[in-house]
Design a protein around this ligand. Structure first.
Ligand SMILES: [Zn+2]
Length: 347
């Protein structure tokens, strides 16, 4: 067995002397136990340091995980907020389209009514021509798709919360996706709008036609003093045919063209006084008698509502009034139904 080196074998004496007694004790030892004690202490310190280091690393890792978690929560909340926002947007979009479709639909129904009224008017003013007029125009617009729900009814279908949720694509309602509802709403609104535009055009065409017919009141006054038909003649007191209507008024009141057309007569004779005859479309003529003054001449084009003279009492007349006639194919007809077509609008 190899001998230990000298410095290890060297013995040391440790003297322990208490402060107040003479007895001292001594311990004799080599360096080895001291070294052992030192080594053990060092080891303990190292382990403690290692443990501390490991712990702080754990702490750091935990902190990092915490941060990651917080970020993930933030991101989730943000995406949730985004989602809620887009759901709200979709909801309002669906709401808007529904309202739009409803509004346009309502307008269309009003227009349907108006169309029927116009058709009745045209039927009266242009017998047999309303069909041609209306059907030719709708034939022209045959490309416009008919409404999917059949047009009339006017029921409003409020969008349910469920549908909205589905529309927003929330959950997994396959088959009732938002795209379907939105697309059908948009299509519906679009087709209604197209139909509305076609109807508007059609209405404009009809209105153009109506402007050339004697259907507007020729005076500001609408007071009828004598109706069309058999009456007792104001001069002879005999039963006679009154071929027009008499409208009361004040001398000098404006007299207006009942419809657009061409002045075919502007003259004076003893019976009619100052009178004007206007030729309109579709075999119609309108006649204005007993004028105080004529403001148009033969061959002149006039528009509906244009002033053509002044109301008076010239000719065979008992006082200021307008004697107004409408002729259809050179035969006098009762003017009143024509003038009353738009009575509500005038009054
Ligand atoms: Zn008369």
């Amino acid at each position: 067995m190899k001998r230990l080196p000298g410095w290890l074998r060297r013995r040391y004496t440790l003297l322990i002397i208490p402060e107040h007694s003479g007895a001292s004790s001594r311990v004799r030892l080599t360096i080895v136990p001291l070294l052992l004690v030192g080594a053990v202490f060092g080891l303990l310190v190292t382990i403690a340091v290692l443990l501390l280091a490991l712990r702080s690393e754990d702490l750091l890792r935990i902190r990092a995980l915490h941060e990651e978690l917080a970020e993930a929560v933030d991101a989730y909340e943000a995406s949730l907020a985004d989602r809620e926002k887009s759901i709200a947007l979709l909801k309002s979009e669906v709401q808007r389209l529904t309202e739009e479709a409803g509004a346009v639909k309502q307008k269309l129904e009003e227009l349907d009514k108006l169309e029927a009224e116009i058709e009745a008017i045209v039927e009266l003013a242009l017998p047999g021509e309303s069909d041609a007029l209306i059907s030719s125009s709708s034939g022209k617009n045959a490309a416009v798709q008919p409404l999917s729900y059949g047009g009339v009814g006017g029921e409003n279908h409020p969008v349910e919360e469920d549908e909205l949720t589905e529309a927003a694509g929330y959950g997994s309602f396959a088959g009732y996706g938002s795209v379907n509802l939105m697309t059908s709403l948009r299509d519906e609104a679009e087709s209604i709008r197209a139909r509305l535009a076609a109807k508007k055009e059609e209405a404009a065409r009809v209105l153009d036609k109506l402007r050339m017919l004697p259907i507007a009141w020729p005076t500001e006054s609408t007071r009828i003093t004598s109706e069309f038909g058999l009456r007792s003649d104001p001069f002879t007191r005999r039963l006679a045919q009154h071929s027009g209507i008499d409208i009361g008024g004040v001398s000098g009141d404006p007299v207006l063209a009942a419809g657009g057309g061409v002045v075919v007569e502007s003259a004076y004779n003893r019976s009619r006084g100052h009178y004007i005859i206007i030729k309109h479309d579709n075999g119609y003529k309108s006649v204005y008698m007993h004028l105080r003054k004529r403001l148009v001449s033969e061959g002149q084009k006039v528009a509906q509502g244009e002033q053509i003279g002044l109301l008076g009492s010239s000719g065979r007349s008992t006082g200021p009034h307008l004697h107004f006639e409408i002729w259809k194919n050179d035969q006098a007809v009762d003017p009143l139904p024509y003038l009353q077509l738009f009575k509500e609008e005038n009054s």
